[in-house]
Design a protein around this ligand. Structure first.
Ligand code: XMP
Length: 512
């Protein structure tokens, strides 16, 4: 295991990604709780992250002394290099001009970090982002690579196995960065790259059994990848002590409920309660047109339905959730001195507090693509694990204006045709999210000899890494024309189709 000490860099998560890609398990701990994490994880090596803070600034964070006393290999990245230098007796000064972006360094001395990849005299592209710099290294260190802006581009104390890079090896703009991090964990720390999803699955099954004992677990399924993978894994661990609840609020995509039933009941044999709550949701949505009002009603009603079902089942001791690692990493902030805030995300918003049940969250340590891999490991097919995200409030936020069953049915059909065309064109996996939106606007058209006066359907497709920002997917005109023709011909109630060309920002991905 590698312990990554987080000083608040925007890209700390990427360090974790790279280390895991090298087959070594790692966890991120904020600097303030790093000592605790160190005792718990008993790591084989330590990485100190970058930071928006500067070492010369008063109150800027430090690494726990125990890390330096441990005798373990340490890699300091950017701020990590500087804080290590400072704490070990060197000097760091505020730079008057920073160095940001692409830079080239020259290797001046061979070291274990460069083994098999960089030779003395070679120049390599790296990604720098720093304002302060080391002006005198700590005793035992020497320069092993240098750049114009950063004479101490890479420093090393090979005896103690301490390394510091002024650049960021974790970002893609440092082309050899992943190999450098792999060198650190394999060569320097001597850790084997044998962390696999198979191993994770076994370890988690043992954890779940230990946590749950002979208690009962209830899991809300959304039809999405995360809650599905969590449920299947938990079922593998404790069998029918698990009951899954799927609330059909009538805002699902075409055949979604049937797909969930087939997968869970027939394929995995997992006890599943499907609640038909369509009428209840439609009734509550009558006359509601404000997007926030829709979201609030749906979230609240969902909790209500879920609670009723849990009661009917005679209660449960545990609530299972598909919470992922990015949702639980404690974010480090520096406003008003170092403080730690915990971001916590609930897939079934607000439920845990209300129901007073202990949580079972077997995916807490995983990134999204690792969950997909675990899903495959558990027998889910590529098509299922590669599904586009679908928002909790479902189709309701894709029907601006009042939501009715009739409009949901129209949208379901148009959406299914659009996705069918995308799959047929082999584009599904290249797109982060694609869906249809049904607008509360009617326009005039002509079909055969008839005048039509029907709704407009908008199509949206975006690429994205994390949903925070998004670009429009550039379909060719022929593809869109074909979708428009099919939708207008096959979906009664739609006579015009438009394509949404707005990126995020300024638009959001969903329309409401
Ligand atoms: P926006 O529309 O904010 O969406 O650009 C970003 C991503 O989040 C999804 N989304 C939601 N997911 N519950 C969810 O589980 C929600 O209430 C919700 N709202 C938006 C959206 O589909 C996109 O992937």
């Amino acid at each position: 295991t590698i312990l990554i000490v987080d000083f608040g860099s925007q890209v700390t998560q990427l360090i974790a990604r790279r280390v895991r890609e090298a087959g070594v398990y790692c966890e991120i701990a904020p600097f303030a709780t790093a000592e605790e994490a160190f005792e718990r994880l008993k790591p084989g090596g330590i990485i100190l992250s970058g930071s928006p803070a500067g070492v010369p600034e008063e109150g800027s964070p430090r690494a726990p002394q125990i890390l330096f006393d441990s005798g373990l290999p340490i890699l300091g990245i950017c701020y990590g290099q500087q804080v290590m230098t400072h704490q070990l007796g060197g000097r760091v000064e505020a730079g008057d001009s920073g160095e940001f972006g692409r830079a080239f360094l020259t290797v001046t001395k061979q070291c274990a970090l460069f083994e098999g990849m960089w030779e003395v005299g070679e120049r390599h592209q790296v990604w720098m982002s720093h304002g302060d710099k080391v002006t005198q290294f700590a005793p035992g260190f020497e320069i092993v690579a240098t750049s114009d802006g950063a004479p101490f581009a890479v420093i090393a104390d090979e005896k103690r196995k301490y390394y510091g890079t002024q650049f960021h090896p974790e970002v893609v703009h440092t082309p050899d960065g992943a190999r450098l991090l792999a060198n650190f964990v394999h060569h320097v720390c001597g850790l084997k790259g044998d962390w696999t999803m198979g191993a994770y699955r076994e370890a988690k099954i043992a954890d779940i059994r230990a946590q749950v004992g002979d208690g009962r677990v209830i899991c809300g399924l959304s039809g999405g990848v995360d809650s599905s993978v969590a449920a299947i894994l938990i079922h593998e661990a404790i069998g029918d002590q698990l009951t899954c609840v799927f609330v059909d609020h009538g805002l699902l995509r075409l055949n979604e409920r049937e797909q969930v039933e087939t997968l869970f009941r027939d394929h995995y044999n997992i006890p599943l309660v499907v609640v038909d709550a369509e009428e209840r949701f439609m009734k509550g949505l009558e006359g509601v047109t404000d997007p926030e009002a829709k979201r609030k009603f749906i979230g609240g009603e969902f909790i209500g339905v879920f609670e009723e079902e849990a009661k009917k089942l005679g209660g449960a001791d545990f609530l299972a959730q598909g919470t992922l690692y990015p949702d639980v990493i404690e974010s480090v902030s520096f406003t008003g001195g170092p403080s730690v805030t915990i971001k916590s995300h609930h897939n079934v918003g607000g439920l845990p507090e209300r129901m007073n049940m202990e949580l079972v969250e077997p995916l807490r340590e995983l990134f999204k693509d690792e969950v997909r891999e675990l899903g495959r490991e558990l027998g889910l097919n590529d098509q299922f694990v590669g599904r586009h995200p679908f928002p909790g409030p479902g189709l309701a936020i894709r029907i601006p204006g009042e939501v009715t069953k009739e409009r949901c049915d129209i949208l379901r059909k148009a959406d299914a045709i659009y996705l069918d065309e995308i799959r047929k064109a082999g584009l599904y996996d290249a797109i982060w999210q694609a869906f249809a939106v049904l607008l509360p606007v009617r326009t005039v058209g002509v079909m055969g000899d008839y005048r039509t006066y029907d709704s407009v359907c908008a199509l949206r497709a975006v690429t994205s890494v994390d949903g925070m920002t998004a670009d429009v997917y550039p379909f060719d005109a022929g593809f869109l024309t074909n979708c428009a023709t099919r939708i207008v011909n096959e979906v009664k109630g739609v006579n015009r189709v438009v394509y949404d060309y707005t990126s995020k920002p300024p638009g959001t991905i969903e329309w409401e």
